[in-house]
Ligand binder design. Structure first.
Ligand code: FE
Length: 342
């Protein structure tokens, strides 16, 4: 071997030894500074919040967006090899399912307990609400006076015959609504209510809340049940429409609410960072960013809703723990099927 060759090889080994630990280190540092989220919340609704977090903390956030059931299957298949630290979904029913199937791990955080009311988080700590969505009554203002409305149950009264529009029972939002009703008024009474709704339908069920709103605005039906942010979106897009929101059950259990929320994954390699991000989501600094972008309500009671959302008025919300929406989901689906709610 010539001297120059030997010099080249020694230098190459030297440089490698010098760089290798840094290569390794930089990977470790990157891992600790990156939180990976599997999210069923639409990307444009969450990206601005995550960008703000990275700006404020330097922590990078990677996002994989898909439907909740697909993410659940994926988490279960990946087991220990998953890169996910957080799972974000809409509807407590989905979060409850994720916890039941063992892909989440309980978090005990004083900050989350302070920022998020008890009924909007899992009693076992597996998931926590990050924004509130109210599922309420909407009506055609040309055909109906607010004084004619009272409760979800009363939409089954004969006066609403061929005047009610509903979204399909396949949607988890309606499964949660019915599950929570079963918890409060019992299965038998709920069955009678849902049956009476079906008897009052003006037309076959719709596949989206927006279609329900449009049918009511067009006079195809007079009343329906929707999540309020769909109402907000439609008004924003179309301007003035002859529809308005109504807050039912104000003398009783209150308006049915649900959440978009999150849980730390069972096999997260980065739990501390995942919890810090969850806590930040619940803080006043992030709550408006998280909720307002989709015209939802903040979970943190110290934070005000966006002005356009606040304009819809205040209401008493159902304080029943949303874990019930998951616990009774199967029975709710069965009940709806039995009375012919498709
Ligand atoms: Fe939705």
């Amino acid at each position: 071997m010539t001297d120059s060759k030997r010099f080249f090889i020694t230098s190459a080994i030297g440089i490698f030894l010098l760089i290798a630990p840094n290569l390794f280190l930089s990977e470790t540092v990157l891992a600790a500074d990156t939180v990976v989220i599997y999210s069923a919340r639409k990307e444009h609704l969450i990206k601005p919040v995550l960008d703000r977090y990275t700006e404020e903390t330097g922590v990078k956030v990677k996002l994989l967006t898909d439907k909740a059931p697909s993410l659940l299957v994926r988490l279960k298949a990946e087991k220990k090899n998953t890169r996910a630290d957080l799972l974000i979904t809409v509807d407590a029913g989905n979060l409850w399912q994720a916890a039941k199937q063992g892909v989440l791990s309980p978090v005990d955080s004083e900050i989350l307990k302070q920022n998020v009311p008890e009924h909007l988080r899992d009693p076992l700590g597996n998931w926590v609400g990050l924004s509130i969505r109210a599922r309420t009554i909407v009506y055609n203002t040309n055909q109906v006076k607010a004084s004619e409305l009272s409760t979800y149950e009363a939409l089954g009264d004969p006066v609403w015959k061929k005047r009610l529009c509903l979204r399909t029972s396949k949607k988890v939002y309606n499964q949660s609504l019915v599950a929570m009703m079963m918890h409060t008024i019992g299965a038998d009474q709920t069955k009678a209510v849902v049956k009476s709704w079906v008897a009052n339908l003006a037309t076959t069920v719709f596949s989206s809340d927006t279609e329900v709103l449009e049918a009511i605005a067009a006079g195809q039906c007079d009343v329906g049940i929707v999540n309020t942010y769909y109402y907000g979106r439609l008004i924003k897009k179309k301007g003035k429409l002859p529809i308005a929101l109504y807050w039912p059950n104000q003398g009783g259990r209150g308006v049915h609410v649900n959440i978009s929320g999150a849980g730390v994954t069972r096999h997260s390699k980065n739990k501390a960072a995942a919890i810090r991000l969850l806590e930040w989501f619940s803080s006043p600094a992030a709550q408006n960013l998280f909720a307002d972008i989709n015209l939802e309500y903040p979970v943190n009671p110290k934070v005000k809703s966006a002005p356009e959302v606040a304009a819809w008025g205040t209401f008493k919300q159902d304080q029943t723990n949303l874990a019930k929406a998951g616990e009774l989901q199967k029975e709710a689906i069965k009940l709806m099927d039995q009375v012919g709610y498709r």
